[in-house]
Design a protein. Structure first.
Length: 520
């Protein structure tokens, strides 16, 4: 069956107008999946001018599955674009041609922008497959679009006629409750669990005692807390300013000067001693690691491991100065066992700072290590503090908070069932999870809000149950499971997504209103 729409027909004005909704959703998905993380570096490639059709050739080496995904990504765009054209009386041939041209232009614009995103690669292969996807979407609309959208519209109309404000409130509460039940075990995957109780605390290497991982440089202080610290405290502590006296002292505090053994100022852990032998020099009263010797506790630090697992939080601070930043891959601080199993480790990789800690979500280390580029400089001291609140890891260096965060949550856990998770994508998993949960909430509210005779009580109930209550319920569950403080950013983001869903479901509201008049 083919779809033929004429201006003013029942089909074009109300039977199944979805073009705006389909296009909005398709464009949002395309832009997110192709341009995330939206960090553009327009200084790239300025050495060679970019010509209008310069995308770097055909060397991306993508497989057939990637080609399929590229085609699939643009199918909804072509479908919605074709519907919009047919509603305006365009012929079938013109619609297919214009949909293909729109796919080419959109894909090319995206590929051109990807040149300036360091994590992305652009190429003509993507333009070809994306454009073909838009064409396929237009063909699908011509073949099955009318029948499909009529059915969707019929279902939408029935849902709207069934929903009263009381029913909507009940459905939303049940919906939010189900997601809370799902999110709780997912959030537990971010907890500090399965840590090795036989771990040693080491400075300058890991418990595996390999010379290849031994670090070279100076260390003056090492502190560990069994809780997260506030941003204000972290900035003050790493900038050597006076700190808030109400902040609890660390449970571990080593000061490195003079000769070993070095005592824990809090008397919680045993002394740190050199193995296999002490280096031959002390520089500026700070301990110097020569890459051949390192400090370790004489035995496992089980009490420390137990404390951190119990609270589910930690903060780690170290003042260190690398001797070199070329050809380096060494451990500065490590909480690990001789078998090679690590609970956490802070290491230097050339000029980069690399941190990893064990959770069910952070395995394996190669993909889930947090890499902060260009942190170190040779013979320059860095005051580093990492703090984890049960869900989010933050970094402070020399009194400044690093712009990025390492956030673990239900979105990461959910994504791990589908694909291998990676640290640069952690924020993206969070966005997708919250969109999956709260965008449908807004759609339901938008459908229920359509009747013009909705009274004040119903309106207030929809606002409360649809835009506020679900976000508050989910946030309360995540706070309880992780132990972190309430995030008003998460609540605001949830409400924004729900409001977006309400606007989106009514993006074709004029056509919907016309259809209601014709069917009444």
């Amino acid at each position: 069956m083919t779809t033929r729409l004429q201006p003013g027909s029942d089909d074009s004005v109300g039977g199944f107008n979805w073009s705006n909704r389909i296009l909005i959703l398709a464009l949002a998905g395309i832009l997110f999946l192709t341009l995330y993380p939206f960090r553009f570096n327009f200084s790239r490639h300025l050495a060679r001018p970019l010509f209008p059709f310069s995308l770097g050739g055909w060397g991306k080496e993508i497989g057939r599955f990637d080609d399929f995904l590229n085609v699939l990504l643009f199918v909804p765009f072509g479908f919605g674009f074709a519907e919009g054209l047919r509603e305006r009386g365009k012929s079938r041939v013109a619609t297919l041609g214009l949909a293909l041209a729109a796919g080419v232009l959109l894909s090319y614009a995206i590929e051109l922008l990807q040149i300036y995103i360091p994590q992305r690669d652009s190429g003509w292969e993507d333009v070809l497959t994306n454009s073909f996807g838009a064409f396929v979407g237009a063909v699908l609309f011509d073949v099955i679009g009318g029948t499909t959208l009529r059915k969707f519209s019929a279902v939408e109309r029935k849902v709207g006629s069934w929903l009263t404000w009381r029913r909507t409130a009940l459905v939303l509460v049940l919906y939010a409750g189900c997601w809370c039940a799902i999110a709780a075990p997912l959030q537990k995957e971010s907890r500090l669990s399965d840590w090795s109780s036989d771990s040693f605390l080491l400075v300058g290497n890991s418990a595996a005692n390999r010379l290849t991982s031994a670090w070279k440089g100076e260390v003056s202080e090492l502190e560990i807390w069994d809780h997260a610290v506030s941003p204000e405290f972290a900035r003050a502590r790493t900038s050597r300013d006076s700190v808030d006296a109400t902040t609890p002292d660390p449970i571990v505090a080593y000061r490195f000067s003079g000769a070993a053994p070095f005592q824990d100022g809090r008397h919680f852990l045993p002394d740190l001693s050199w193995i296999p032998a002490a280096p031959g020099s002390i520089i500026a009263d700070d301990v110097f690691f020569d890459g051949k010797s390192w400090l370790t506790t004489p035995g496992p630090v089980s009490p420390l491991v137990s404390h951190l697992e119990k609270t589910g939080q930690f903060s780690l601070r170290v003042r260190c100065e690398p001797a070199d930043i070329t050809g380096v891959d060494a451990r500065i601080v490590s909480l690990s066992s001789p078998s090679g199993s690590a609970n956490m480790e802070l290491r230097q990789e050339d000029a980069n700072l690399v941190f990893w800690f064990r959770t069910p979500l952070s395995l394996p280390r190669t993909r889930m290590s947090w890499i902060i580029p260009e942190t170190f400089a040779a013979n320059e001291m860095r005051d580093i503090l990492l703090t984890f609140d049960g869900a989010k890891l933050s970094l402070f260096i020399d009194g400044t908070k690093h712009a990025g965060t390492y956030q673990l949550g239900p979105g990461v856990a959910l994504a791990s069932f589908i694909r291998h998770t990676k640290t640069p994508e952690l924020a993206g998993y969070r966005y997708i999870f919250y969109a999956i949960v709260f965008f449908p909430v807004g759609c339901l509210v938008g459908i229920a809000w359509r009747p013009v005779d909705a009274h004040m009580v119903g309106t207030l109930s929809l606002v409360l149950c649809g835009l506020i209550l679900p976000s508050a319920m989910l946030e309360a569950v995540l706070v309880h499971v992780s132990g972190r403080v309430v995030s008003f950013e998460n609540i605001s983001f949830s409400i924004l997504l729900a409001a977006s869903g309400t606007l989106w479901i009514n993006a074709d509201r004029v056509a919907w209103a016309r259809s209601e008049v014709r069917t009444s």
